[in-house]
Design a protein around this ligand. Structure first.
Ligand code: ATP
Ligand code: MG
Length: 336
């Protein structure tokens, strides 16, 4: 059986961007394929600590998984849920792959550049985490890794590292499919990239300092609605969908389409030409506040115990599969 693998860092509460770009598509994909695929959903807790932890890491880890369940994830015997740090093979393989990756290719990673920008001294984890990510994927021979567009460069890196390793040491790793095919598999027209509400040229990120830039999944619905009402737009004075010239307005249309599960073309047809931006904002603010209310009600129904139970079961599976692959790698390299 082929494997689909995904994860979301637990450094803070998630944003609407994480929800629309990662959580919801992943849940849909899992529910669609979990009869015929292994679906690995893990909490990359080791990745979480490369950035400042907002709140309590333990709580964030449990909440991250609750997010999937609240977003509608159906768990059957093929869905494996685990915490990265409970499977030591991830760190072990990361080290071995560190010795396959080059400084040059790592330095070209956009996420690294963005995350270390302006920092007097960025931690080494920020530089190296794409290698850990490659280990996360390759340990389970995952072919499909549905993630947002910002992670595509890391999938390509994973493919390169796997091929380089295989060429040198023999066919140990399954190479994940190329990113264009990942998008196809996700069943989306184009990669989902929800924008920052204040600086719509950038993507919405949970680690962005500005509160008004992002909608958090635990924002009170009225607070979230206000953030939409104050989102940056433009001075053209007429609704048009074009991310290059009108990223703010386009972002609102995009969010509306995703939240209401309406094709973008339909949303655009309905709103294009509208001259009162306030009308569109009000309508999107309603969509956001309704979505948050229902999501938050579902979150409240899931207990920590339910989540810990799923983790424990999944970690037995994960240690088994990852441990076997790590041994293959160690043998290929000559460590065993
Ligand atoms: P951070 O600022 O801490 O990096 P992030 O919001 O970028 O936080 P990640 O943990 O890096 O979140 O990514 C989690 C998942 O959410 C990934 O699959 C990523 O592609 C997706 N994602 C992140 N931001 C967006 C966004 N603005 N639109 C769509 N998907 C997103
Ligand atoms: Mg990110």
């Amino acid at each position: 059986m082929k494997t689909i693998l995904t994860g979301i860092r637990a450094n803070s509460v998630l944003t609407l961007g994480n929800y629309l770009g990662a959580l919801l598509p992943m849940v849909r994909l899992s529910n669609k394929h979990s009869k015929d695929f292994n679906v690995n959903i893990f909490v990359p807790d080791l990745h979480s600590i490369i950035s400042e932890i907002d709140g309590d890491l333990q709580k964030n880890i449990i909440r991250t998984l609750k997010n999937y369940l609240a977003a509608g994830l159906v768990v059957n015997e093929n869905v494996h849920i685990y915490r990265q740090s409970f499977v030591p093979a991830h760190s072990e393989l990361c080290w071995i792959l560190n010795c396959v990756a080059s400084m040059g290719e790592m330095g070209r990673m956009t996420q690294y550049k963005e995350k270390s920008e302006g920092k007097a001294s960025a931690n080494v984890g920020i530089f190296d985490y794409p290698v850990l990510m490659a280990a996360d994927i390759l340990l389970y021979s995952a072919e499909y890794v549905p993630l947002g567009e910002d992670q595509f460069q890391h999938i390509e890196l994973t493919r390169n590292l796997a091929e380089r390793f295989n060429n040198k040491f023999g066919e140990v790793f399954t190479v994940p499919v190329e990113t264009a095919k990942q998008v196809e598999f996700m069943g989306v027209e184009k990669p989902i990239r929800v924008r920052d509400l204040v600086n719509p040229e950038k993507k919405m990120s949970k680690s962005t300092a500005s509160e008004n830039s992002k909608i958090m999944l635990d924002d009170a619905p009225e607070k979230a609605a206000k953030k939409i009402m104050s989102a940056t737009t433009d001075s053209f004075g007429e609704v048009k969908f074009d991310f290059d010239t009108r990223p703010g307005i386009s972002n609102l249309l995009f969010i509306k389409s995703l939240l209401t599960d309406t094709p973008l073309s339909e949303v655009v047809a309905e709103w294009e030409g509208e001259t009162r931006y306030g009308e569109l904002k009000k309508s999107v603010a309603d969509d956001v506040s309704n979505a948050l209310s229902s999501f938050q009600a579902k979150m409240a129904e899931i207990s920590d115990e339910d989540v810990l139970e799923l983790f424990k079961k999944g970690e037995i599976y994960a240690n088994d599969v990852a441990g076997q692959k790590l041994l293959d790698v160690q043998k290929a390299v000559g460590l065993r």
